[in-house]
Design a protein around this ligand. Structure first.
Ligand code: FAD
Length: 404
């Protein structure tokens, strides 16, 4: 299938960032927008395989795009869920310190939370925390009441309903391959499913966003490194050990939050995710391997700087990936009653993490502009929470930059 129609904007990728961008653009009347998605279903990758947490904005550096968009996006997400009758709960979470050193870091987090505009943060003693979570152990905890849970696939479906309803075209099973420019000035998007024309493009391709940028003639300046996050789930008879969400104090030297307990909106309690280097961009299973993806990691100089920096941590995560005992021992630090027999393997998600050539993991959301192009090259957690705010930022940028 091809189309002679010239769209004002083509968005590549129907994960929550691409969909939220389209949703925000759809508020402007008369725009012709096309969304291309490789998979048969929308939100099949990061958006559909995450922890389902509506993050509060506690962790992020004040003033960063993550902090601003998480707080604004979280509020917008609660309103969107209410307006669209999407199951969600503002259930709150505990961040639990298990040592005196972690307790100090908890105070730093609390201050950060205040700077980011969070409401209702409460420092709890060991006794007080057990009023919220009777089975948790630690020396202190921070209660974060604004955290919630949702299924982001439900959110993505609602966004796509609005987008289609307002006349935008969303094509699944249509993978963007390359970009040409016609004499008329129109951009021609080559796909596995024919050619499409647009005046401008927005790249929201998640795990493939750097490759899509390269296919558009850009040097993205970063490489996407896939980190798999594996989950276990609690057996139904042990779910009573967890009321809501229980997180460890994150180690500030490492980029991920550490394995935690999450009650899911449609039932069940998950434990995880860890963070293991994946040898395939969409490598959801331990043995998944793709030569091209692996070579791209290993020939990238930044990867070796990263490997030296996080060597032991990375090995620990690999160990936890293959050893249930090691995984459970990380969980037992928070809830000592958990036994290996209480959990069984669940699914996994793969994070698209941008890495700079100097080995720096890009912490904040990261956009690169080119004439008639906007590329989203880093949208890791909390981008699902923040999606409506990120989408509004990109839509605003697009309307200005593309002169609409
Ligand atoms: C394990 C895990 C846990 C997480 N937990 C949370 C959480 O609890 N809360 C939170 O806020 N965030 C969480 N996140 C982060 C969040 O899920 C992501 O930040 C967010 O989903 C990113 O959305 P996206 O649209 O950029 O990417 P994706 O959802 O990956 O979407 C990108 C889309 O682009 C499509 N695509 C790629 N290449 C092409 C192409 N060439 N042509 C057409 N389409 C293409 C893909 O098929 C995909 O559908 C988590 C992430 C992971 C992996």
């Amino acid at each position: 299938m091809s189309s002679e129609k010239i769209y004002d904007i083509a968005i590549i990728g129907a994960g929550i960032v691409g969909l939220a961008t389209a949703y925000q653009l759809s508020k402007k009347r008369g725009l012709r927008v096309l969304i291309l998605e490789t998979e048969k279903e929308i939100a099949d990758h990061q958006t559909g395989n995450n922890s389902g947490v509506i993050h509060s904005g506690l962790y992020y550096k004040p003033g960063s795009l993550k902090a601003q968009n998480c707080v604004n996006g979280r509020n917008a997400m609660y309103i969107f869920c209410e307006n669209n009758e999407i199951a969600h709960e503002r259930c709150g979470k505990l961040v639990v310190a298990t040592t005196a050193a972690e307790k100090k870091m908890l105070s730093v987090l609390e201050q950060r939370g205040h700077k980011n505009g969070l409401n209702g943060l409460k420092m709890l003693s060991a006794e007080q925390m057990r009023e919220y979570e009777p089975h948790v152990r630690g020396v202190a905890a921070l209660h974060v009441p604004e955290t919630g849970i949702v299924d982001y696939k439900d959110v993505a479906r609602a966004m796509s309903w609005h987008i289609r309803n307002r006349g935008f075209d969303l094509l699944t099973e249509t993978r963007f391959i390359g970009l040409q420019e016609e004499k008329s000035g129109a951009l021609v998007l080559e796909t596995n499913n024919g050619e499409y024309r647009a005046a401008n493009i927005i790249n929201c391709a998640g795990l493939y966003s750097d490759r899509v940028a390269r296919a558009c003639g850009l040097h993205p300046g970063v490489r996407i490194i896939p980190f798999r996050g594996e989950y276990y789930e609690l057996k139904p008879e042990r779910e009573k050990l967890i009321n809501n969400l229980i997180y460890p104090v994150p180690n500030p030297r490492f980029p991920f939050l550490g394995v935690h307990f999450t009650r899911m909106i449609h039932g069940g309690v998950e434990a995880g995710p860890n963070a293991v280097l994946a040898f395939k961009r969409e490598g959801y299973h331990k043995n998944d391997f793709e030569l091209k993806d692996t070579l791209e990691i290993f020939v990238y100089p930044g990867f070796w700087v990263l490997a030296l920096k996080y060597g032991l941590y990375g090995l620990g995560e690999f160990y936890r990936s293959f050893s249930k005992k090691a995984f459970v021992s990380a969980l037992r630090k928070l809830v000592p009653e958990i036994e290996a027999a209480d959990v069984k393997p669940a699914g996994a998600g793969v994070r698209a993490q941008a890495l700079g050539p100097g080995g720096k993991l890009i912490d904040d959301f990261y956009f690169v502009d080119a004439p008639r192009q906007i590329h989203v090259l880093n949208a890791p957690s909390p981008a699902a929470t923040a999606s409506l705010s990120i989408g509004a930022t990109i839509a605003e940028k697009a309307l200005e930059q593309f002169s609409f």
